[in-house]
Design a protein around this ligand. Structure first.
Ligand code: FES
Ligand code: FES
Length: 167
């Protein structure tokens, strides 16, 4: 295991939302803090900081991960997509519209993480009606909505895709 001095900074290169960033950072810097504080991408929210609430979920090399559970130096050369990156995708509008029309958020604190996971599930399911939405949502704590609107939004999205909703 590499040992670092207390005040040592190390170089890290990460590609975030298609843009490469090079920074000198403290080895202990969490990926969530790197994204928010070093890059100013505050759409990634930080709640519990120990992997429970799911608010900090981002895509790392195409897979949803809790960014509060990773050190930035451990994902060197990784490709990250945050909520700011998703909204640039033309197909994102349908998801945004479904969440909006179905009142799938109140304070919105949990929303970026949930949206990242829902987006990933929809993208990777060959058949979206086979997605276990209870499993997807079980990774996210929302203190406002009671999940009713979130499930309705997912159903609306699936209906648009022609899938049978189970959310
Ligand atoms: S802030 Fe990362 S899971 Fe809660
Ligand atoms: S909308 Fe407020 S925590 Fe989910």
């Amino acid at each position: 295991m590499t040992r670092y001095d207390k005040d040592q900074r190390v170089p890290v290169t990460l590609t975030v939302n298609g843009r490469e960033y090079r920074r000198w950072i403290e080895p202990r810097l969490l990926l969530s803090d790197f994204i928010r504080d070093e890059l100013g991408l505050t759409g990634t929210h930080v709640g519990c900081e120990h992997g429970v609430c799911g608010a900090c979920t981002i895509l790392l090399n195409g897979t949803p991960v809790r960014s509060c559970l990773k050190l930035a130096i451990d994902v060197g050369n990784g490709h990250i997509t945050t909520i700011e990156g998703l909204v640039k995708d033309d197909e994102f509008d349908a998801l945004r519209q479904a969440f909006s029309e179905n009142h799938a958020l109140q304070c919105g604190f949990c929303t970026p993480g949930i949206v990242v996971s829902v987006w990933d599930a929809l993208k990777h399911a060959s058949d979206s009606d086979l997605v276990d939405w209870e499993d997807v949502l079980s990774g996210h704590l929302c203190r406002c909505t009671g999940y009713v609107g979130i499930r309705q939004a997912i159903k609306a999205l699936q209906a648009k895709e022609g899938g049978e909703a189970k959310a």
